[in-house]
Design a protein around this ligand. Structure first.
Ligand code: NAD
Ligand code: MN
Length: 495
């Protein structure tokens, strides 16, 4: 069992509070994965102080030099990939194939950053006037607060850290308390890669203490947050009052539509992966399955038999399909939704309770669960459940399927299975989601493309790709007049 520390000014430090918290393996609650400092505001103030100081040098380092450090981070992550994946499976439960993928997403994001550092373009534009040129450039803002959830312990922190730091900002990251170890390992990797002290700082602790501390600190210029819509609203509120820049990536209630002409085998593979991968604990999880009437009964039969064959267990075993939920409280919350579904009159097809067979008796396992005959306005069709619970809804035709798909306050990801080219294009236009998949499940983002949602899923920013850099930079517009005399725009050029 490892004793982790805060990472402040390049040093690994205990909290000045003297307090700690432990993190346990959700597949086996007897195993303590690590002990972590439970920080207080003093620790946070120290971290913000060193980050502010480090900013002055870091912002002046040329982008390509900063990107070289990102490449070194990628190299160390590649060498440590298996080790990082195993730690992640032990701290949050998802299966090893997926934690390897989560780590790979971090590596890809680092490599993308290492290239972006040599090409982050501004614009040059013509002037209205003679002997004058115009351009835009991008500059950093200062010290950022990065607040992350537990479901992608490396991928989500790296989506924020790499563009934030490469752009010349410095940062404090507060990871979720369920998954502190992965970010602790990342801190060590950044140190080993030669990141200057104070550029990246890790402060462990709870949302109400360290999260709120970041929001309310005058020296924090922006908050990049991924998590639930409830907390996101709170963050938006404080950032509004204090005029901090604020990027919010929030909840989802993603739907997969299967039209009657679709390749049903392909759609079946898609929904199994979309609904039950990461034990349903993904912002992009498929949580609603919208089936066109003629294939409704047949598809549910196909889905039930494949779902019942999924193997639950410790995610470190290569042949396990579905790991545990992250915690006891998540399991209770998911089970309460299953009770709600029953009371609302949905038909339980399979699952519906905790799974406690054999070695699973010591973990937060839950049976993959399917409800059919779900009404589009039932709570299980409207609210984010964040577990292995799939609500199946029947649609008369394409039009009705699309209106059910859009009948939610969220707008992250959608999937449409059809071989009809015209309907596929119509669906792309109609879907009110930031990400649309055709003949692929609702999950599967690639690091070089924009990622984010419409409606209550966010506030209009996109992480991933070049758009992540728009969050972490300020546009500066530059006019250079080389005429040697006073030229007046709009006045000298007036007819
Ligand atoms: P959460 O909102 O409970 O917590 C997220 C982070 O916010 C944690 O680090 C937490 O400690 C911190 N926090 C809590 N209260 C705070 C406060 N008052 N001030 C500042 N910080 C505070 O979310 P979670 O349970 O960790 O993650 C699951 C949620 O995240 C789901 O809703 C899921 O959809 C969402 N999510 C969204 C995306 C996306 O990109 N859209 C990706 C992954 C997860
Ligand atoms: Mn844990």
């Amino acid at each position: 069992m490892k004793q982790y520390k805060n990472f402040i000014g390049g040093e690994f430090l205990d909290s000045k509070s003297g307090r700690t918290f432990e993190n346990r393996n959700p597949a086996n609650w007897d195993e303590v994965v690590g002990i972590f400092p439970k920080s207080n505001i003093e620790d946070l103030n120290d971290a913000i102080g060193v980050a502010k100081k480090a900013y002055e040098e870091w912002r002046r380092m040329p982008w390509p030099m900063r990107s070289d450090i990102m490449r070194k981070v990628a190299e160390i992550m590649i060498a440590r990939k298996e080790d990082l994946a195993q730690i992640m499976t032990r701290e949050m439960g998802k299966v090893i194939k997926e934690t390897r993928g989560d780590t790979q997403e971090g590596i890809d994001t680092a490599l993308y950053a290492s290239v972006e550092g040599r090409k982050y373009f501004g614009y040059t534009l013509p002037s209205e006037l003679r002997n004058k040129s115009c351009m835009t450039r991008r500059d950093p803002l200062g010290v950022w607060g990065l607040i992350t959830p537990w479901n992608f312990p490396i991928a989500i922190p790296t989506w924020k850290i790499f563009p934030c730091l490469l752009s010349g900002n410095t940062a404090i990251i507060k990871p979720a308390t369920y998954t502190p170890a992965s970010v602790g390992e990342l801190a060590q990797i950044f140190k080993d890669a030669g990141l200057p002290d104070g550029v990246l700082n890790v402060v462990y602790g709870g949302g109400s203490e360290i999260g709120e501390g970041l929001l309310n600190h005058k020296d924090i210029v922006g908050i990049s947050f991924t998590g639930s819509s409830d907390i996101g609203q709170r963050i938006g509120e404080v950032c509004g009052k204090t005029l901090k820049r604020c990027s919010l990536e929030l909840g989802g209630k993603n739907g997969q539509v299967v039209l009657k002409d679709a390749n049903l085998e392909l759609a079946l593979e898609g929904v199994l992966w979309g609904a039950f991968g990461t034990t349903g604990q993904r912002c992009t999880a498929t949580s609603r399955l919208i089936l066109e009437a003629p294939i409704y009964d047949k598809f549910i039969d196909m889905l039930k038999s494949r779902t019942d064959a999924l193997k639950l267990g410790d995610g470190l075993n290569e042949d396990v399909d579905v790991g545990p939920l992250v915690s006891e409280s998540q399991r209770e919350s998911i089970h309460s939704y299953v009770e709600i579904g029953r009371k609302e009159g949905a038909r339980l097809i399979t699952g519906g309770g905790p799974y406690e067979e054999g070695e699973c008796s010591k973990g937060w396992f839950y049976k993959p669960t399917i409800f059919a005959d779900v009404g589009p306005n039932m709570r299980i069709a409207q609210e984010e459940i964040f577990g292995p619970v799939l609500s199946v809804i029947k649609a008369r035709d394409f039009q009705e399927a699309m209106s059910i798909l859009n009948n939610t306050v969220y707008g992250l990801s959608s999937a449409i299975y059809t071989n009809d080219l015209n309907l596929a294009h119509k669906a792309i236009e109609i879907a009110e989601t930031g990400i649309v998949y055709i003949n692929a499940p609702t999950i599967g983002a690639e690091c070089h493309l924009p990622f984010g949602g419409m409606k209550n899923t966010g506030n209009g920013h996109r992480e991933g790709g070049w758009t992540a850099y728009e969050i972490f930079t300020e546009i500066k517009t530059v006019y250079i007049d080389y005429s040697g005399c006073l030229q007046k725009a709009q006045i000298d050029t007036a007819k």
